[in-house]
Design a protein around this ligand. Structure first.
Ligand SMILES: Nc1ncnc2c1ncn2[C@@H]1O[C@H](COP(=O)(O)OP(=O)(O)OP(=O)(O)O)[C@@H](O)[C@H]1O
Length: 334
């Protein structure tokens, strides 16, 4: 996709917020020939006195899958609502293939497929009926029967929505978002409530769509899903973008260290001073030393010399979950 990367600092926010170094992806084309699938710049939204979004910027290229991660209340749905044209931001703007979601509603509905957090399916209808009805609104829709199969709805396609399980309703909601052959997809927790086989199926479907050039922005609480499906991850916390990068680069940016376990009282200051490396308490007799794995013998020798018992030592290779937890840590958490 021709992306060049620059190092920058995350945007500032509340007192408890960490200030991690993140890598921001920028298109290598200075003047892209085609507009981004989604471009969001400086989005501001307040609900009364509560600031839900404070200058949120992100973009999704055609064929790119971007996962929007963040704790409950981070502002993910609010951002998605602005992109879908369901709410006007107080500041900044959102564009879908260059279109203004609020002003270009008609053209937007032709290019954007939306799967909301709570499916608005008519509960007395069947998935097949809903898809057929929905298909009539588009000039060149997908074949509803084909879509039933692609979304794994074959067995329940003729049952009323009200009799379906939560996961089956989710699949129906995803199929409805796809029926108009959208070039951009906005999915709010697409695999929430779907069983592990179904999740793989949904992920496969998203990969196929991306390979066809569809730009996808999905919110999710599943870091596993983000790591497996997304080209890019955006971490939002308290209305501010904390990080925006590939899952692999984000994990690498968290740095590596050594994880130690000891059943004894550790004099962490002495260890840090002797090693000339920071030592962080993780609780429960676990410690993290900011050092690479080639220093394991040196650390083991320190324990042998001081008589403090070392019950475990290993290199700490952070995954996306570690990075996410560090970026969104709260002061009042243990
Ligand atoms: N209509 C509303 N009126 C007042 N406050 C709202 C409204 N909608 C959202 N909020 C608040 O704005 C903040 C962001 O909410 P939002 O639903 O965007 O978060 P989210 O990241 O999608 O959360 P979740 O992961 O729980 O779905 C929250 O503090 C929420 O309580």
């Amino acid at each position: 996709m021709g992306l060049l990367q620059v190092v920058c600092r995350a945007a500032p926010c509340g007192p408890a917020a960490p200030q991690p170094s993140v890598r921001v992806r920028v298109s290598s084309a200075a003047m892209p020939a085609h507009p981004a699938a989604i471009a969001v710049e400086g989005l501001e939204v307040s609900y009364g006195a509560h600031r839900a979004l404070s200058g949120v910027s992100l973009s999704v290229a055609p064929g790119e899958v971007v996962a929007l991660l963040g704790p409950n209340g981070a502002g993910k749905t609010t951002a998605a609502r602005c992109i879908a044209g369901m709410r006007r931001p107080d500041g900044g703007n959102a564009r879908v293939l260059g279109l203004d979601p609020a002003a270009d509603r008609d053209r937007m509905t032709r290019v954007l497929g939306v799967m909301p957090q709570t499916p608005g399916c008519h509960r007395q209808a069947t998935p097949r009926e809903l898809l057929r009805t929905h298909a009539r609104f588009f000039a060149d829709p997908l074949d509803p029967d084909e879509l039933v199969a692609r979304a794994g709805l074959g067995e329940v396609a003729r049952r009323r929505i009200r009799t379906l399980s939560g996961g089956e309703v989710q699949r129906c909601s995803l199929a409805l978002a796809l029926v108009g052959r959208p070039r951009v997809l906005l999915l709010d927790e697409p695999s929430s409530g779907i069983d592990p086989h179904g999740r793989r199926h949904v992920w496969g479907l998203l990969a196929e769509l991306a390979a066809d050039g569809v730009g996808i922005l999905m919110t999710t609480h599943s870091l596993d899903e983000a790591a497996r499906v997304a080209d890019t991850v955006v971490v939002l916390d308290r209305g501010v973008v904390r990080a925006w990068d590939t899952p692999a680069s984000l994990s690498a940016s968290a740095g590596r260290g050594l994880l130690l376990e000891t059943p004894d009282e550790l004099d962490a200051d002495a260890l840090a001073a002797d090693l000339r490396s920071p030592v962080e308490a993780l609780g429960g007799g676990r410690w993290r030393v900011d050092a690479t794995s080639d220093r394991i013998p040196e650390v083991a020798a320190w324990f042998a010399r001081t008589g403090c018992r070392l019950s475990g030592i290993r290199a700490d290779v952070p995954d996306l979950e570690d990075v996410y937890l560090r970026l969104t840590a709260r002061e009042d958490e243990p």
